[in-house]
Write a protein that binds this ligand. Structure first.
Ligand code: UD1
Length: 417
């Protein structure tokens, strides 16, 4: 199995370009099954993207993927309304295809999705919303059978602004003769990206009062050519690396307006940040101050996906930072690895209190999930001596080539095996 070998302890200097957002690309690929011909630029070249393409192929959608552009040609009727267990287990986003399949076929059969083990990750909110929209749902063991009786207008109040549930409701409702309103929808930039993508194909999804989402069903969707937004979490990974190691960096092809709050935390901790429309420059101090309290919450609050990465950035800071994880109950898998390197962290329930230390030492490390794995790379780059990171397949789910990006900043990082 491949490992990342990192010789840390050097300041970082350089620039890099941010890849397209995985969490946008995958729902947009599901949406492509609803259109005719879609040309989707800036799709990250990741194992999860390839898993998404495999699902499209299994449904009868023709696809090609070259130079970060996916081209899809969907048939009028999908050739299949089931996703097999193997494909469902490959990634969490496989569940995004449920809304699209139901819309096209009137029925669908899937199993519970896989993905990183960062918590229970139920899909009850998706299924409850579907049932309000007129879908009959039957669960048998691991399999879920859905059948559209007749879609009916609905005002769906989400108990939690779930990213996946909001996306699935859009995917089921966009082609219909009904109107749907989502109260308390997720507002992540990736949600807006999916909405823009669907509207570019002829959909009619808009924002109503109190930020509610209004879906006015249309007869059919057509062709589109679209560019996926930059990956805000990947951008934050590079910024955290420079903040922790010290140095200077320019991050290009990024949307600073998508990460306002994390940038504010970095600034308040002593980093000099300059933003243009699509770039961020960071000049890190010799030693950062603490972050204070970081509470993960739905957008526009602090993203859970950046919790591990920012915790990494705080390990050598002057004071104490507290991280409260409110979204997923099992998202501290990186902490035991940080401790092996000499970090000082105490966990109490869903909070982790970090007291900055003067130095960290390299060692053998094991990634347990995607963002936690990227956080290990960030810490290993700052730690004196050599680190070897195992389970790189987790990291590869979300980063096109993390070793090349950090090498662009002068980091000593190579992939072996
Ligand atoms: C998406 C992202 C993931 C990110 C997360 C939060 C994708 C593929 N994944 O995941 O990277 O970490 O948003 O920004 O885009 N919940 C329920 N029932 C449901 C759905 C969710 O209880 O039916 C709970 C979850 O357990 C969790 C919270 O709601 O506690 C957030 O989940 P959600 O926003 O749905 O995240 P995902 O769509 O799974």
């Amino acid at each position: 199995m491949a490992v990342l070998r990192i010789n840390g302890g050097k300041r970082l200097y350089g620039e890099t370009v941010v890849q397209g957002a995985k969490n946008s690309a995958l729902p947009c690929l599901a949406a492509a099954a609803l259109g005719r011909e879609c040309i989707v630029h800036n799709c990250p070249d990741l194992t999860d993207t390839k898993a998404g393409l495999k699902i499209l192929n299994a449904l009868g959608v023709e696809t090609s993927f070259e130079n970060n552009t996916v081209i899809t040609r969907a048939p009028k009727c999908l050739s299949c309304s089931k996703i097999n267990d193997e494909l469902m287990k490959e990634m969490r986003s496989s569940v995004m295809f449920l809304g699209a399949i139901l819309s096209k076929c009137g029925e669908a059969e899937i199993s519970y999705p896989g993905g990183c083990s960062i918590g229970a990750r139920p899909i009850d909110l998706h299924l409850k919303a579907f049932s309000q929209m007129g879908v009959n749902i039957r669960e048998e063991g691991e399999r879920i059978f859905c059948k559209v009786e007749k879609l009916k207008d609905a005002k769906i109040k989400l108990a939690f602004p779930s990213v996946g549930a909001t996306e699935n409701i859009m995917l089921l409702g966009v082609v219909s003769d009904c109107e749907f309103e989502i109260e308390n929808p997720a507002r992540e930039p990736e949600i807006l990206d999916l909405r823009n993508f669907l509207n570019s194909m002829g959909g009619n999804i808009s924002e109503g009062k109190n930020g509610n989402l209004l879906i006015k069903g249309v007869k059919a969707l057509g062709n589109t050519e679209y560019k996926i937004i930059p990956d805000r979490i990947v951008a934050l990974t590079y910024l955290s690396g420079i903040a922790l190691c010290g140095g200077y960096g320019e991050i290009k092809a990024v949307r600073p307006d998508h990460i306002k709050l994390p940038l504010k935390f970095l600034e308040e901790a002593g980093n000099d940040i300059k933003c243009g429309e699509d770039y961020i420059e960071i000049k890190a101090p010799r030693r950062m101050r603490e972050f204070g309290i970081i509470n993960t919450m739905p957008y526009p609050d602090f993203p859970t996906d950046a919790q591990a990465i920012f915790m990494a950035a705080s390990l050598l800071s002057k004071g104490e930072s507290c991280f409260v994880e409110n979204i997923f109950e099992n998202r501290f898998g990186h902490i035991p690895e940080f401790l092996k390197m000499g970090a000082n962290i105490r966990i109490c329930d869903n909070s982790a209190l970090v007291s900055g230390v003067k130095r960290l030492k390299g060692t053998e490390l094991y990634a347990k999930d995607l963002r936690g794995g990227a956080a290990l790379v960030v810490v290993a780059l700052s730690a004196k001596g050599e680190s070897i990171i195992h389970n790189t397949e987790f990291i590869d789910r979300g980063y096109e080539n993390i070793e090349r990006s950090f090498s662009d900043f002068g980091g000593e990082i190579v992939r072996e095996g």
